[in-house]
Design a protein around this ligand. Structure first.
Ligand SMILES: *Cc1c(COP(=O)(O)O)cnc(C)c1O
Length: 471
């Protein structure tokens, strides 16, 4: 990485660059497209980047989910898959990794994160109970609602302001949570659902002090605390960087301490854990575990494979170990920062501070002339693709969906377009191309016209909705 990065990484004098702790062993050729190809592909996809064919994409920043490059060790691990239906040795390797790095006693593997969210929601929510969380995540909230729960956002107010520079914008506002408990009674709270880091707020971390205080509050009221540990590794890096007393602690130590304040966690291993598929749920309570282990055989598979092949569990076990290495996290977040600094030089509006996995462009600031009903963030994603073949995704009114009670749109304060960086996949030159394309689209911002939605699926509409350009 360039001198720019190493400055943000600590040393100011002289140029001593610092690069990724890996080298490239195998490459995947990409197809380069022309403007006319992209125009046709985008129209065929209903102006929704989720509906583009990957062959029509040059640099794919749709998501960092399942898009990581596995290491040679992980690929070698795939060959050690024990594909027994029951008691696969890879399950025990995975269990060991979860116990060592996350500290929970009992593991239930699932095919991916939402499989785990389904199980915990069914097991731990009674119909009509409230589920407070630090901002919603799409699949998390939906599973909570399908189980009869009522999601309540208790994140700090700063999280809703893309310009606020607070270091821990993922924190729970304890006063909001206390108020909810006072109003509804502790018995009507299913559990607290704490995400690390908060994707929808721009990848913002939760501080150790906040999770500690949250634990105390939950203990006072006899409420359980579960983590969405999908991006815990990145959260740990921000604690190491920003929270007093943690500069000398390793990522693995910080992650383990963080988990120690919770009763369990679910995770999509497709993010931090460097695999293309997989997830898990882990808890400390035997009775709850029994219930989860019983449910998993209905929805995912036997409790020692949970919808995964043995080889997938082996790759996950190795990926967990690699993901907890300080040098790995530094290089992953360093690449996101490199891109952010280029955009900063050109005064591109985006969420600050920049999170660990993505840049979130502020589509409201790009297109102040478009109302939220004209889908500014969806428009920005479409314009970026047209300009250069870069695929991003909408995180605004389309992703927020509809209020199940009124049927109207949720209108989130944040109207964002996310450039998500896959782990260990793209080079610094790719980041340069991305930055220059964002700049070109920003310079052409006054000519953007917005979109109208012409097809809307019932659930998680952002995945499959179709749009047409407004005249
Ligand atoms: C991706 C994600 C999920 C869902 O996981 P899948 O593996 O995509 O099903 C849940 N929570 C968070 C925070 C995520 O980023």
């Amino acid at each position: 990485m360039s001198g720019k990065i190493h400055q943000t990484m600590g040393q100011q004098s002289g140029r001593r660059s610092w690069a990724e702790p890996w080298k490239i062993k195998m490459v995947e050729p990409l197809r380069m497209t022309q403007h006319e190809d992209r125009q046709k592909a985008l129209a065929d996809a209903g102006y929704n980047t989720f509906l583009l064919r990957s062959d029509d994409v040059y640099i794919d920043l749709l998501t960092d989910s399942g898009t990581s490059a596995m290491s040679d060790r992980q690929w070698a691990g795939m060959m050690l898959g024990d594909e027994a239906y029951a008691g696969s040795r890879n399950f025990y390797r995975l269990e060991e990794a979860i116990q060592k790095y996350y500290g929970y006693r009992y593991l239930v593997p699932t095919h991916q994160g939402r499989g785990a969210e389904h199980l915990i929601s069914q097991a731990a929510i009674r119909k009509g109970q409230f589920v407070p969380g630090n901002m919603y995540f799409t699949t998390t909230r939906l599973h909570q609602e399908l189980a009869g729960g009522i999601f309540v956002d208790v994140i700090v107010d700063e999280a809703h302001d893309p310009a606020d520079l607070s270091p821990f914008k993922g924190n729970v506002d304890l006063a909001k949570l206390e108020q909810l408990i006072r109003d509804q009674g502790a018995a009507n709270i299913a559990y607290v659902s704490l995400a690390t880091t908060v994707n929808m707020a721009g990848g913002q971390p939760v501080s150790m002090a906040n999770v500690k205080a949250l634990r105390e509050l939950c203990d006072r009221h006899g409420i359980k605390l579960f983590l969405d540990a999908t991006r815990l590794v990145e959260n740990a890096w921000f604690i190491q960087e920003r929270e007093p007393g943690y500069a000398g602690r390793s990522i693995a130590e910080i992650a383990l301490e963080f988990c120690s304040y919770s009763d369990g966690a679910w995770s999509s291993a497709k993010k931090d854990s460097l695999v293309n598929i997989g997830g898990w749920l882990a808890v400390n309570d035997w009775t709850l575990f029994e219930e989860l282990r019983n449910l998993v055989v209905v929805y995912e598979g036997l409790h020692t494979y949970g919808g995964l092949a043995g080889r997938d569990m082996e790759a996950m076990a190795i990926g967990i170990v690699e993901s907890m290495q300080d040098e790995h996290v530094r290089s992953r977040i360093g690449q996101v920062r490199y891109l952010a600094e280029l955009l900063d030089d050109w005064r591109i509006p985006m969420v600050r501070p920049v999170g660990g996995h993505a840049i979130f462009l502020d589509a409201r600031a790009f297109y102040p002339h478009l109302s939220q009903d004209e889908f500014p963030a969806q428009t920005l994603a479409a314009e970026l693709y047209l300009d250069s073949g870069i695929r991003s995704m909408e995180r605004g009114v389309v992703s927020a969906g509809r209020d199940p009670k009124t049927g109207g749109h949720h209108y989130p304060k944040l109207e964002l377009t996310r450039l998500t960086i896959p782990r260990r996949v793209y080079t610094q030159a790719h980041m340069d191309v991305v930055a220059e394309s964002v700049k070109a689209v920003y310079e052409a911002r006054t000519s953007a016209r917005g979109l109208k939605m012409v097809y809307e699926p019932r659930y998680l509409r952002f995945f499959q909705a179709r749009f047409e350009p407004l005249a």
